[in-house]
Ligand binder design. Structure first.
Ligand code: AP5
Length: 232
């Protein structure tokens, strides 16, 4: 791999978006980019699940929608993301995982970044077919402590039930990873989020990646895309 941390350091601080349907591998690739480049993964799905666990007003409103597989209202998600972007660690650069998901969110993101003189460096679209996506979601689980992701077929921990990263043994599966909710999440993606591919393409910020191969191969291609964004 010829991509280097130096290339990415040229983006100061980088703002990368990972687009893709549920199960495309956004979270998996975002964590790998985080480890490789020291960027911060910002997953609106994770932020919303934390709000639900805390029982905040936003969390209560989000909970019902997430269980149905629909999209949480733009107002709630944008407010959560704005607060998270204001935290000091984000000055290292961020990978947005699962945001934006609507044109309203994309425009709000442009405005938020403009406040600090920033803009998007790349929107990377992970492209998978619907059948593979359902299979990926059905076998997914993660570490309850550090969030490292695993899969029944594609990525098992070295010791069954023990997280490779932190050694915890409390693996968990997501409540919205059931067949009915996944069908609605997929439909919401095609209806409301897929149009963002054209939105970023028109701005010359889009990079499409065939995300059907093995995780490590896709990671190499994603790193190449990040490096290209740094050089453009
Ligand atoms: P969110 O948490 O963002 O879920 P999602 O978009 O549905 O995406 P997933 O987390 O399911 O998949 P992923 O692409 O990250 O795949 P992963 O890497 O885990 O959102 C959940 C809900 O929150 C939404 O439905 C909505 O209600 C709400 N929400 C969140 N953001 C919102 C927003 N901005 N606006 C409104 N509402 C919002 O991979 C999946 C599995 O496959 C893993 O097990 C992994 O190990 C495996 N895998 C990954 N890559 C590969 C590969 N190449 N080959 C084989 N297996 C692979």
């Amino acid at each position: 791999m010829t991509e280097s941390k130096t290339d990415v350091a040229a983006l100061a601080p980088p703002v990368l978006i990972l687009l893709g349907p549920p199960g495309a591998g956004k979270g998996t690739q975002a964590r790998m980019l985080q480890q490789r480049y020291g960027l911060v993964q910002l997953s609106t799905g994770d932020l919303l699940r934390s709000a639900v666990a805390e029982g905040s007003e936003a969390g209560k409103a989000a909970d019902k929608v997430m269980k149905s597989g629909g999209l949480v209202s733009d107002d709630i998600v944008i407010a959560i993301l704005r607060d998270r972007l204001a935290e000091p660690d984000t000055t290292k650069g961020v990978i947005l995982d699962g945001f934006p998901r609507t044109t309203v969110q994309a425009e709000a993101l442009d405005d938020l970044l403009a406040e600090s003189g920033q803009q998007i460096d790349a929107a990377i679209s992970l492209e998978v077919d619907d059948e593979a996506m359902v299979h990926r979601i059905a076998g997914r689980y993660s570490c309850g402590e550090c969030g490292e992701g695993y899969h029944d077929s594609f990525k098992q921990p070295k010791v069954e039930g023990v997280c490779d990263v932190c050694g915890a043994t409390n693996m968990k599966r997501r409540a919205d990873d059931n067949a009915e909710t996944v069908a609605e999440r997929l439909s919401a993606y095609h209806r409301q989020t897929a149009p963002l591919i054209t939105y970023y393409e028109k701005r010359g910020a889009l990079q499409r990646i065939d995300a059907m191969g093995p995780i490590d191969e896709i990671a190499t291609t994603v790193s190449r895309a990040v490096s290209k964004a740094a050089k453009d």
